[in-house]
Design a protein around this ligand. Structure first.
Ligand SMILES: [Zn+2]
Length: 340
């Protein structure tokens, strides 16, 4: 365990004083609860501040603080496998959390897994196999990298000055939204050519490789699951294509790592991105569970093929917000507001 000294005590105790009684009240009513958190990337605070797409990253110091907070307040951090066991058991007072990292960027290997190891708790990796295979263009990581490391960039023949963190963030948002309406991989290829970027080198600067996955395959604190081959939005595919994406990633992980992966997470994961047909396909492919990004808590009777997960955004660097997720209040709010 590492010493937890990343936040001033006043801020921590303030957050705890404010929201912990709410969690205790919910427990008294409903018994055991589990909360599955998910995020994509993590960065040290000094880099986090400057990142053009920083909401996609957790601040590593905040993650460190959150893991310490969970340990102090009686939450067990568990694998998805263990979360399912505990859900089935439904023991009153049992409180557990899972953290899954989706896609699998290089920082998962270099920074996130070491942090979880220091805390002695497990982390789940949902791997998009096109990333270690080098077949999935990492458009957003590449765009961000070029903006972060240059004061001028060229996009669609237009040169833009991006000297400050604010300018980089604004340019990222504008260009990413534009690519998103088109074919991002094509736009990224053009962008690489315009800015003299070696797309292959950029890929491996940000991707987790099969060698890295091999190195953590036998780590008891690392659980590896599937997240499709090409990060496709499953609901938009035919049943045959959807099954290929789901089963193909399971087979690829087994072939490359020599171990069976039992758990799956849907890319994007909201209600428009995966539905009842897709939950059945995950079961047919032989996975023991499927995770969405619909907010909510895991309780006894939970369908393992539509597990709720709470996405932790980079800007949510407050324990009080994490505690609201742990009480299930943000899930209730999302359902009331129709943000599912
Ligand atoms: Zn993903």
């Amino acid at each position: 365990m590492v010493p937890i000294a990343t936040a001033p005590p006043s801020r921590r105790s303030g957050a705890e004083r404010l929201v912990r009684p709410m969690g205790a009240a919910v427990d008294a009513l409903l018994g055991s609860r589990g909360c599955l958190f998910t995020f994509h990337r993590a960065a040290p605070p000094e880099l986090w501040e400057r990142l053009p797409n920083r909401n996609f990253y957790l601040d590593l110091d905040f993650l460190d603080e959150l893991l310490g907070y969970l340990a102090r307040t009686g939450w067990s951090v568990v694998t998805i496998e263990e979360a399912l066991r505990r859900t089935a058991r439904g023991r009153a007072g049992d409180r557990f959390v899972n953290f899954s990292v989706d896609d699998c960027y290089r920082d998962t290997f270099e920074a996130v897994i070491p942090l979880f190891r220091r805390h002695g708790v497990p982390v789940t990796l949902f791997v998009t196999t096109g990333i270690p295979d080098g077949t999935l263009p990492m458009c957003w990581a590449g765009l961000e990298d070029v903006l972060l490391n240059n004061d001028r960039v060229t996009a669609d023949g237009e040169t833009i000055a991006v000297p400050t963190a604010e300018a980089k963030r604004a340019a990222y948002d504008r260009i990413a939204a534009d690519w998103d309406r088109d074919v991002p991989a094509q736009r990224y290829a053009t962008f690489c050519a315009e800015n003299g970027v070696d797309a292959e080198a950029m890929h491996w600067k940000h991707a987790m490789s099969w060698e890295m996955l091999d190195a953590v395959r036998d780590d008891p604190l690392v659980e590896i699951g599937g997240h499709t081959m090409s990060h496709a939005r499953i609901s938009s595919l035919s049943a045959a294509q959807a099954f290929d994406e789901i089963d193909g990633c399971r087979r690829r992980l087994r072939e490359r790592l020599g171990v069976a992966c039992h758990h799956f997470a849907f890319p994007y994961g909201r209600s428009g991105d995966c539905g009842p047909r897709d939950f059945d396909l995950v079961r047919e492919a032989g996975f023991a569970s499927g995770a969405t990004t619909r907010k909510g808590l895991v309780r006894r009777g939970q369908d393992a093929y539509r597990l709720p997960r709470v996405t932790l955004g980079g800007s949510q660097r407050h324990l009080a917000l994490a505690e609201l997720h742990l009480t299930g209040m943000t899930g209730v709010a999302a359902r009331v507001l129709g943000r599912v």
